[in-house]
Design a protein around this ligand. Sequence first.
Ligand code: NAD
Length: 249
Amino acid sequence: MELEQAREVLQNARRLAILTGAGISAESGIATFREAQTGLWARYKPEDLATPAAYQRDPLLVWQWYAERYQMVQKAQPNSAHLALVELERRQLSAGGSFVLVTQNVDGLHSRAGSGQHGGQYIELHGNLSTGRDEITGAIENLPPTDKIGQNLPPHSTAGNRLRPNVVWFGEQLSGAALTKAREAFVWADLALVIGTSGLVYPAAGLASQTLQNGNYLIEINPQETELSERVSLSLRQTASAGLAMLLG
Ligand code: NAD
């Protein structure tokens, strides 16, 4: 499919599903998982910090790492790709269509940009670095402000229980409810966009295949070729912001 047709398909889509990954936040300066392993943290592998076993062994160490990542994402700002998806949600809903944005990112930048505020659905499959989860009740709460988080680690919930980072660790299951909603969106979508993800992380990566299996359109935006590139209707080898600007016009 050519760009002109892609723009038309986007304009006429009734049900739109979008999957984003780390690449959409690259232009906001958010380091990838591997890039975050610098300085004091260089001697740890992410697998030594982002697992239930690591947390059980040394909750303070794990929280120190997450507190730094929380401070880093709060300093970053949503970029024009995050904002373009908010505009797309607004357009889609005001035209009577549906819009579901699913992200693998834990930086919360979509939500800070305004995603989910125009009547669309916004699903954070892997959690959010700016919140914690009560280890006893499961309640999700905002973390203390960035300038206070370091003073009293690990943080506690309003009920007085320890909070754990509200992210999905290696070896943990994604939330069943979130995954079901995401799958439905990609099964029913007449157009799906996949932006800034290598397509390697399952089961999220399988979402795009659902749309293709049903004979519907799939557009990828990624400066690099990915596992999906050969199968998509159109692959825009662009950054997220440039690719979305081309599609939205
Ligand atoms: P990934 O690191 O596997 O892939 C990132 C993709 O983004 C690559 O294909 C790359 O070519 C592409 N990319 C790079 N710059 C881009 C740009 N400017 N515009 C568009 N695309 C660009 O990331 P993933 O597929 O999201 O999977 C990694 C896992 O790590 C995810 O599960 C995610 O939860 C986690 N993670 C999250 C963040 C975040 O919250 N920002 C950051 C790093 C990792």
